[in-house]
Write a protein that binds this ligand. Sequence first.
Ligand SMILES: Nc1nc2c(ncn2[C@@H]2O[C@H](COP(=O)(O)OP(=O)(O)OP(=O)(O)O)[C@@H](O)[C@H]2O)c(=O)[nH]1
Ligand SMILES: [Mg+2]
Length: 278
Amino acid sequence: MSLGSSERVTLLALTLNEIDGVKAIMPQIKREWADQIIIADGGSTDGTIEWLRDNGYEVYVQKKKGIRHAYLEVLPLIRGDIILTFSPDGNCPPASIPLMLENAGDGYDLVIGSRYLGDAASEDDDVVTGFGNWLFTKTVNVLHRASYTDAMVIFRAFRKSLVYDLDLDREESYSLPEKLFATVISWEPLMSVRAAKAGKKITEVSVGEPPRIGGKRKLQVLRWGAAYYFQFWRELWYWRSKMRQDATDIATDTMSADSDLLLAEPEQAPATIRRSTG
Ligand SMILES: Nc1nc2c(ncn2[C@@H]2O[C@H](COP(=O)(O)OP(=O)(O)OP(=O)(O)O)[C@@H](O)[C@H]2O)c(=O)[nH]1
Ligand SMILES: [Mg+2]
């Protein structure tokens, strides 16, 4: 799928023992939607890797444990300017992929495949994950002046450059919360927070979430919840967008000539989110 004159698209699937899911979902993904389809696998032992390779898919098996290492290790293999991430476990309906890519091609830096926008709902949430997703999204919106309906979802499309702009490839973005809560987290919540902080162009598409197909949930509710919540608060002071930092530096240089001027934080525009329903 050619989005702009030279923009290329990579569909990136994450798998860890999802044999039933990949058999059901991957055939629904049209090869012409993307320039590259790649799977980052966490070391599946249920035949997922073999099935994917037998069916012509490019599979990278990660070396370090945890979803964010899958993302970080596979990055150098990604040829697309736009990356769409999804889980082929039934939770991410392939029919929404073209609309998400269309939005990404429209110049959005981040396109969320929301489980909760408009009439959409998750058929996979239990009381704990439903409340957790609501609370986390609300917290991100209040602390970082965003208006997400789903700050946590894996199903999202973004510019590859966003990873570097938001320092999502840097260990220090995760190391303290991971140490405190003895876990390895993923990058979606931090991407949502920093995209808002950096004033990136964000939109959401109403997708919903069908139930998981086979396999087992890998979500670590308590540890991940605590680590993400810690990250949301730390981001109040911890990280600033390089572009905004440059703007402040220029402003500071200009102002330093005039000591009467008080140095004020540049006004941060709230992240605007356009809504699309598909
Ligand atoms: N490569 C890789 N994939 C993983 C890892 N852990 C989970 N996954 C995959 O990432 C996707 C999301 O994980 P899930 O366990 O479904 O998490 P979830 O969607 O929050 O939970 P569910 O409600 O059960 O769907 C799935 O496709 C998993 O197979 C990992 O360590 N490495
Ligand atoms: Mg899932």
